[in-house]
Design a protein around this ligand. Structure first.
Ligand SMILES: Cc1cc2nc3c(=O)[nH]c(=O)nc-3n(C[C@H](O)[C@H](O)[C@H](O)COP(=O)(O)OP(=O)(O)OC[C@H]3O[C@@H](n4cnc5c(N)ncnc54)[C@H](O)[C@@H]3O)c2cc1C
Length: 399
């Protein structure tokens, strides 16, 4: 939802950008990154019959609906719903899709260079490149853990887990336990939802091999003294209960820091003691960092936050480049969490403002409505905190 402009400062910005739009009329609008911000910008532009030629560029051929990656891993939902192809999503939309890796962005020259050698000059640009995993300099973390951020990560994790279970059936007892242990570093939403899913899924997979499911361990390692830090007490408690009630109970190690990762081992600091956990599968589910491409942009530190994310005007333009809009995880706006529900609403607002710019109208500040959290806590079970006021718990049904 967007509100009318009331801030005089924004009116000044708007006057500048209107001139820019006239100068830049013949050049395309480029959308860099087709995640929640980029794809929703494109879809809204199409819906608005935006006349400027528009190109969406992403390295992947598929949009990834990340909040449903657990259902993709478990097979509860079909690929076409969780990672639909851009060419299907943008069919007849009037938006051109290019699958390529963006290599550099020159904000001064208004030029984008792609890995294939193609380059584009733009009139307007949308920066929506998301984020990457943050490893906080933990030794061995990048090398020996699996990420869980894309459909490819989910496929790789499922393959690794099935392989470990198979190997466990042919391995004598003392060595078997590591193959049957999954360690998940981080007890934010991703870590907790993944742990709950695996604590239902792995027993099913292992039982199908005729083996004893009680040997499976799912262990979550959390540096803080609570899970889901920052979420409501009631959501934290509902999640704790759900973790306990899975087919195998999830073990949560609180106030425990993963200080190094080696092949099949997490080295942890707990109560000032160093401990080791043997696990053949270790998932890194903590922290996001700025996309390396965004950190190379010629934007001063003062116009970034501590993590390097880009600050924006309230109409979602870069502070020094009013022809460039930004949204999602690579940008920062006060009080807005880095979530899909913020990113797609920013996409709608960017589309609105691009259209306004093209038609010489005033830009509008974005207004984001937060609708609470919905968490998937195991196969067929979910809990939500709607509008941060109402809690709902129950079974999820998919078509
Ligand atoms: C497992 C998981 C579960 C989540 N669950 C929830 C949830 O339940 N609710 C919620 O609100 N949020 C959730 N989130 C967070 C949410 O997915 C992100 O906040 C959201 O995706 C951010 O949108 P974005 O458009 O900024 O970036 P993204 O959706 O990450 O999209 C960025 C796009 O840019 C492309 N890209 C990046 N660099 C390049 C390059 N150099 N060249 C070409 N293409 C490039 C990528 O391929 C990607 O398609 C979850 C995240 C994860 C990882």
């Amino acid at each position: 939802m967007i509100n009318a402009i009331t801030n005089p400062e924004t009116l000044v910005e708007t006057a500048t950008t209107s001139v820019l739009s006239i100068e830049a009329q013949q050049l395309p609008t480029l959308i860099l990154g087709g995640g929640f911000t980029g794809l929703f910008t494109a879809l809204h532009l199409s819906h608005q019959h935006y006349k400027t030629p528009t190109i969406l560029i992403d390295r992947s051929s598929r949009f990834i609906f990340k909040p449903l990656l657990y259902q993709f891993l478990s097979g509860e939902m079909n690929t076409k719903y969780i990672c639909p192809r851009y060419d299907t999503l943008l069919h007849k939309s009037g938006i051109e899709f290019i699958q390529d890796t963006i290599q550099s962005i020159d904000l001064q020259q208004r030029q984008v260079q792609l890995a294939s050698g193609l380059y584009y000059n733009y009139g307007n640009l949308v920066l929506s490149l998301g984020s990457v995993a943050a490893y906080f300099d933990v030794e061995g973390a990048e090398e020996y853990t699996l990420p869980f951020r894309t459909n490819e990560d989910a496929v790789a994790l499922a393959k690794q887990l099935r392989n470990c279970l198979q190997r466990a059936t042919q391995t004598p007892k003392p060595q078997q336990q590591a193959l049957l242990t999954v360690a998940i570093v981080g007890a934010g939403c991703t870590g907790i939802e993944l742990a709950a899913t695996l604590a239902d899924l792995l027993p099913d997979w292992y039982a199908a091999l005729g083996s004893n499911v009680a040997d499976i361990r799912v262990v979550v390692i959390q540096r803080e003294k609570e899970i889901l830090k920052g979420d409501s007490d009631s959501l934290q408690q509902a999640a704790q209960t759900a973790l306990h009630e899975r087919k195998v109970s999830v073990e949560v190690l609180l106030e425990t820091e993963a200080i190094a990762v080696r092949r099949n081992t997490v080295v942890m600091k707990r109560n000032n003691q160093i401990e080791q956990l043997s696990a053949a599968t270790i998932v890194w589910a903590t922290g996001s960092a700025i996309d390396p491409l965004v950190s190379t942009l010629s934007i001063p530190e003062a116009h970034r936050d501590k993590q390097g994310r880009l600050k924006l005007t309230n109409a979602l333009q870069l502070l020094d480049f009013p022809e460039v809009f930004g949204g999602g995880d690579c940008t920062v706006m006060e009080q807005q969490p880095a979530t899909a529900q913020v990113a797609y609403q920013q996409g709608a607002a960017i589309a609105h403002n691009l259209q306004a710019l093209a038609e010489g109208h005033s830009l509008l500040p974005v207004e984001i409505g937060l609708r609470g959290n919905l968490m998937k806590l195991g196969l067929d079970e979910s809990v939500s905190d709607l509008f941060d006021r109402y809690q709902v718990k129950g079974h999820l049904h998919f078509p």
